[in-house]
Each structure stands twice: as C-alpha cells, then as structure tokens.
Design a protein around this ligand. Structure first.
Ligand code: ADP
Ligand code: GN1
Ligand code: MG
Length: 369
C-alpha cells in the first residue's frame, strides 16, 4: 500500500471494511473538491471496477447517516426511473461488510463508490458543447427527481443557499473582524452591500412560496458532472447536498462555473470573463431536459441566477477569509480572498450582460418576447 492518509490509519484498513470486488493495491488522493478527502483505489483485477473512497467532512455535514440515506434514496430512484428519454447513470454506493452505507473509524466517516472509468470532470469548461453536455446531465438529474417525494429527504445543510442568512453571517464577520482583514477587503465589502437587495429577490420569493420547491442538487459546480472521452455527460456526482431547493440554485451554480473563462481562484482578474457562448451552451442543455416542466416564474428568474450563485459563493469565500479560513480547504492564506474576488467579478459581468442573457433564455425556453 503506497498511500497513508495524513496521519490517519492506512487507507487499506479503511477500504477493507467495504464489500468491493477484486484486489486493491494502490490508492491515491484524487480530485479538486473543497470539502471531502477523496482517494482513487486502483483494482489490479482489470475485470473489476476501480473505486473511490471518501472521508466525509463531518464538520460540514453534521448528520452523515441522514446524508448517506438521502444519497441511497435518490440514486435508487434515478436507477429505477421510467423516464427513458432522460435516463442517466448514477453513483453506485459500495456498502460495508455489515451492509451499512458508510463506516466510522475513530471520529471519521468513510464511504465508497464505484469509480466511473473513462470519465473526467472539468474545473474550467473548454467549449460551449461541453457546457451543453454537462448541463443536459444536470437537467436530466433534476427531471428524474421531479417525481421523488422531496419531504422524505433530510436537509443536509439547512438554509444552504439562503443568501439573506449568509449576509447576516457576513455582516457579523465584518464587525468581529477576527483576523484584522476587513480593511484590506473594504472594496469587496462595499460591492457586496451594494448588490444585496437585488441578490435577495429570488430567496424572498422562495420564502413566500412563490417559486416551487423541487429536489435539487445544490452543488452543480461543473466539476460535479462526469463526462466521457467524447465529452458526453455520464453521471452527476457529489450528491451530499441533494435536498429540496429551487431550480435557480442548480442552474445558477452551473452558469457561474461553466461560463467562467478562468479558474475559481484565478489571481489575474483580467482573465475572468463571462463567456456568453458557453452560457448559451449550458442554457440550451439544461432547458432541453427541463423546458416542459419549468413554470414561468422559474424561467423568469433564470437570468439572474448565475449572478446570484456567484454572489453567494463570493460572500461565503469572503466570510471565510474574514473568519480566518474555518470552512474551505485552502492552499495559502490569501486563497479565500482570491476566490472571492473572482466570484464578485463574475457577478458584475453577469449583471452587465442581463439583456443578452435574457434573450438567450427566451430563445432556448421557446418563449416569444
Ligand atoms: P468534493 O465534495 O470534495 O467536491 P467529489 O465527490 O466532488 O468531492 O469528488 C471529487 C472529484 O472526484 C470530482 O470532482 C471528480 O473528478 C472525482 N469523482 C468523484 N466521484 C467519482 C466517481 N464515482 N467516478 C469517477 N470520478 C469521481
Ligand atoms: C464546495 O464540495 P465542492 O468542492 O464540490 C461547496 C460548494 C461551493 C464550492 C465552491 C458543501 O463544493 O457550496 O460552491 O465548494 N460545498 C459545500 O467551489 O459547501
Ligand atoms: Mg465536488
């Protein structure tokens, strides 16, 4: 066994608790997630799958059994769906020898999935066609869950995208200024405040019950969909946050990540562009799967949802920076500040291009303006 998990038990002790097939001799850290620790397990038996072992971040996800139960339910629902035109693969959970959806070792929770061979995820989308394919998969995902009883799901992160509450936490962090960083980020604080009213509109409508609740993924960052070698969508992953929400959360997070020409933590802001062609690609893919199930109020607010999700992430990264980096994994002390600036720049650009954005949505949704 080559890999030890930074001071924890050897990973072989962990994965041997699961009911996998074949023979695993190699494990290596995998992926660019900000929350969980992921390892790819390579099978020496070529006829058997590789696996993905994850240590769940239980500081973030307090109810791991509830979360795994959600994932079990929605993946079964997708596998058994009769909506043949929208079918797609889903994550396959590998249970423990005792038949559990996870194992607990000391304070840590671990789980295993089959690794989807021949797939990749993109941190930065290269072409409008990739954006289309990923969006089609995300759209199918929401559609396949449109007949799932949402009230049977645990709210794994209650009020996760509630920007009204996120702004309260942000304002408290500005006042507390625990690390003495508020002065340095003053222009970002001012920008966040100047956009607050507009950015709370969707959430206010949700709270009033004016936008229908659906089962949403809530973390449709583009690297949470796997594409095959021909860039066709294969499987939506990272199902930790699947719970009731509004379509704007999923469409918006897909837009903020698939249209950005730069990395999420790019330090040269001149490289951060909202790419309207990728916007059109993502929009047409998403609406291909969902056009006929969305209500007019849902379509009406798709246009600002990309800005909203970029704003939420900008506020969250900035809050974490002010609080001393207590939530996201960081690689250097400025990391959350860098991430925040990129998101707030995207907010600015997406709001500036609302006219063109709304025309594209109307065209793709087949609405006559
Ligand atoms: P995090 O919650 O930390 O973002 P993810 O579940 O998204 O963790 O996994 C991190 C990365 O691992 C993904 O972006 C993807 O590239 C890869 N990955 C996750 N699940 C699978 C899978 N079942 N098959 C292949 N690759 C996967
Ligand atoms: C986190 O787990 P990952 O890296 O896919 C975060 C998302 C943020 C994203 C920003 C549970 O997603 O909300 O949009 O980072 N997930 C959680 O990159 O907080
Ligand atoms: Mg992820």
């Amino acid at each position: 066994m080559e890999v030890k998990t930074d001071g924890l038990a050897n990973v072989s002790e962990i994965f041997n608790q699961f009911d996998f097939e074949g023979d695993i001799q190699k494990a290596r850290p995998f992926g660019n997630g900000h929350i969980n620790d992921t390892y790819r397990l390579e099978n020496t038996d070529q006829t058997k799958p590789d696996y993905l072992l994850q240590r769940v971040n239980h500081q973030v996800f307090k109810d791991v059994p509830g979360m795994m139960d959600n994932i079990w339910k929605v993946t079964n629902h997708i596998s058994n769906s009769k909506q043949a035109d929208f079918k797609q693969e889903t994550l396959n959970i590998v249970k423990s020898h005792g038949g559990q959806l996870f194992t607990k070792q000391e304070d840590n929770y671990w789980r295993m999935f089959e690794f989807k061979k021949g797939t990749k995820s993109y941190d930065v989308v290269e072409t409008p066609e990739q954006a289309f394919q990923g969006a089609l998969a995300f759209g199918c995902f929401m559609r396949l869950l449109s007949d799932f009883p949402a009230d049977t799901l645990v709210h794994t992160l209650p009020e996760f995208h509630n920007i009204i509450l996120r702004l309260q936490t942000f304002e408290a962090a500005v006042v507390a200024d625990e690390k003495g960083r508020a002065g340095e980020v003053r222009s970002a604080i001012d920008f966040v405040r100047s956009m607050a009213e507009q950015m709370c509109e969707i959430e206010a409508l949700r709270i009033k019950g004016k936008i229908p609740l659906r089962v949403t993924h809530n973390d449709t960052k583009f690297n949470n969909v796997l594409l095959d070698e021909h860039d066709k969508g294969v499987c939506v992953i990272d199902l930790d946050t699947v719970m009731p929400g509004v379509v704007h959360y999923d469409f918006g997070d897909g837009i903020r990540t698939s249209t950005n020409t730069a990395e999420e933590d790019e330090t040269d802001l001149s490289l951060v562009h909202f790419d309207i062609d990728k916007f059109e690609g993502f929009t047409s893919g998403y609406l291909e799967a969902t056009r006929d199930i969305l209500m007019p109020v849902e379509i009406e607010y798709l246009g600002i949802s990309g800005a909203l999700l970029a704003y939420i992430m900008g506020v969250r990264f900035l809050t974490d920076y002010l609080q001393g980096d207590v939530y996201y994994k960081i690689k250097h002390p400025q990391h959350n500040w860098d991430r925040s600036k990129v998101q707030l720049e995207l907010v600015r650009q997406i709001m500036e291009q609302q006219l063109d954005i709304k025309k594209i949505i109307a065209k793709q949704a087949s609405i006559i303006l």
